[in-house]
Design a protein around this ligand. Structure first.
Ligand code: 3EB
Length: 332
């Protein structure tokens, strides 16, 4: 099987065939797609198109299904799914907010599907939620999400440290809790960043439960290696650095991506990865920072495939977050 990734302003043509899943960014429209395509309602920067389509394409027969609100497709031992949950369907209780309950439920459903499909290994998750920095019931919503997510990992007998998936978690203006995921039959090799404390070991200053994600992952198809670099921000150790300095945060985020890339290159089973070949998604908190971020990044990585969109990063003092991926043919 060969997996490909494409990003285009046009709807992925039927001719291309073999869409496993993907995302629609910008103004995706109000009708949820029947196939696993994550709708991300957000302003796009530096794009003349109002919407961008991203798709993971495969050249094997695809099976698909709907399971507890998850739209999923599978080809060989690779599965992509999307779940959207409306928080108002999960009444809050004194010690569990709606978002926490919805987050735990989404992850439980994902684990249940993966067990049923016998593809238990989560490789990468894309998490989006409304008003991520808003405090309700005495706790920031990102921290509520972290509790629900970790609860589900533990309840479903997945560890919440060490071998955890690559991920991102961003805030949007509104909309449901939306989670896309890619999973497979074999465990991914988690990547950590030597410049940062692993997120699953963050101290309690950042919330009662640590976030459950790795800094990146190498995942394997029969003939390919996928490099996922998780959402990466201006954090050294566990602390935000360069508060209020968007160019500084941009350079620090890139230094962190380089550090994860170094780990990938230490563990890779394909030719070396380079910054310039990655596909990037850059989340910009304040629209006014876009030009400076674009210029700062261009100077550091040159011409690369980059999408810029508005999103709120999970700490109020973080002005941007960058994620990336690449696909390589395995060596030999
Ligand atoms: C950080 O390094 C920035 O909660 O899944 C980056 C990637 C971040 C993933 C997540 C959060 C997540 O802590 C935030």
């Amino acid at each position: 099987m060969a997996l490909r990734f494409i990003s285009s302003p046009a709807t992925v043509s039927r001719e291309t065939g073999g869409e496993l899943g993907g995302a629609i960014l910008g103004e995706p429209g109000s009708v949820a797609p029947s196939w696993p395509q994550q709708r991300i309602f957000a302003a796009l920067f530096g794009s003349t198109a109002s919407v961008l389509h991203e798709a993971w394409l495969v050249d094997l027969p695809i099976t698909s299904g709907q399971s507890q609100g998850i739209a999923w497709r599978r080809a060989g031992d690779l599965l992509f799914g999307v779940i959207e949950l409306d928080e108002t369907d999960f009444p809050s209780t004194e010690n569990c907010s709606s978002l926490q309950a919805a987050s735990a439920e989404a992850y439980r459903r994902i684990f249940h599907l993966l067990d049923a499909q016998q593809l238990p290994h989560l490789w990468r998750l894309w998490n989006y939620l409304a008003a991520i920095n808003l405090e309700t019931q005495g706790l920031e919503r990102y921290r509520q999400f972290n509790i629900g997510r970790q609860d589900a990992f533990l309840e479903c007998h997945r560890g919440a440290t060490g071998n955890v998936p690559a991920a991102c978690a961003l805030g949007l203006a509104g909309g449901p809790l939306s989670i896309a995921f890619m999973a497979g039959a074999t465990p991914a090799v988690p990547l950590e960043n030597p410049r940062q404390v692993s997120a699953y070991n963050y101290p309690a200053d950042y919330g009662p439960r640590s976030p459950t994600f790795s800094r990146g992952a190498l995942a394997y198809l029969p003939e390919q290696e996928i490099l996922f670099i998780s959402g990466t921000a201006s954090i050294v150790g566990h602390q935000t650095v360069h508060p209020g300095d968007v160019a500084g945060q941009c350079r620090e985020s890139l230094a962190n991506i380089e550090a994860v890339l170094g780990e990938a290159n230490r563990l890779r089973r394909s030719p070396p990865y380079a910054l310039g070949e990655l596909s990037y998604r850059v989340y910009v908190r304040n629209a006014g920072d876009f030009q400076l971020i674009r210029q700062t990044l261009a100077a550091l990585i040159g011409v690369a495939e980059v999408i810029f969109m508005q999103a709120d990063v999970c700490r109020q003092d973080l002005l941007l977050e960058i994620e990336a991926h690449a696909l390589h043919a395995l060596e030999n």
